[in-house]
Write a protein that binds this ligand. Structure first.
Ligand code: RB5
Length: 150
């Protein structure tokens, strides 16, 4: 079964339950890494780290991190080795980011879009697979070289 790790800070929390339902409905096993309330502040790098670690440790193949804008979570997640995160507030980016760029963490801002669009974006993201074409692999390898420092 495909596994998804999801986490949110207090700003992203309002979307989390809905997206867990969406992913579960698509047959994904969901690892919920919190937070569990919009009331208590949580630092978005901690949410991103929890999801990134789940991928690095092989506990999930894909991740979603939710914060207020999606931006902070994305910046933090991309600092982690092996993580290719993107903020997607449209369905095209959500599937093309996987198909062309092998995006493995989707970041969404719960203060930017509503739950129905976020659900569609999640479906597009989880339904997509990397297209193993030469030009895409070449570009991905260049990204991985950047990650190694050059
Ligand atoms: C929290 O208030 C907010 O700064 C955070 O959720 C996120 O938007 C950061 O990018």
């Amino acid at each position: 079964m495909k596994r998804l790790a999801i986490a949110a800070d207090h700003g992203g929390y309002p979307l989390k339950t809905k997206l867990i339902e969406v992913a579960g409905g698509l047959g994904w096993a969901v690892l919920d890494l919190g937070t569990d309330s919009a009331e208590h502040p949580v630092d978005y790098p901690d949410s991103a780290r929890d999801v990134g670690l789940a991928l690095q440790e092989g506990r999930a193949e894909r991740g979603i991190v939710l914060c207020g804008s999606g931006v902070g979570a994305c910046i933090a997640a991309n600092k982690m080795k092996g993580i290719r995160a993107g903020v997607c507030h449209d369905t095209y980016s959500a599937h093309q980011g996987v198909e062309h760029d092998d995006m493995n963490v989707l970041c969404i801002g719960a203060r930017i879009i509503g739950s129905e669009l976020a659900s569609e974006i999640t479906r597009a993201y989880l339904g997509a697979t990397f297209q193993n074409e030469e030009r895409l692999v070449r570009r991905l390898n260049k990204v991985l070289a950047l990650e190694r420092g050059g």
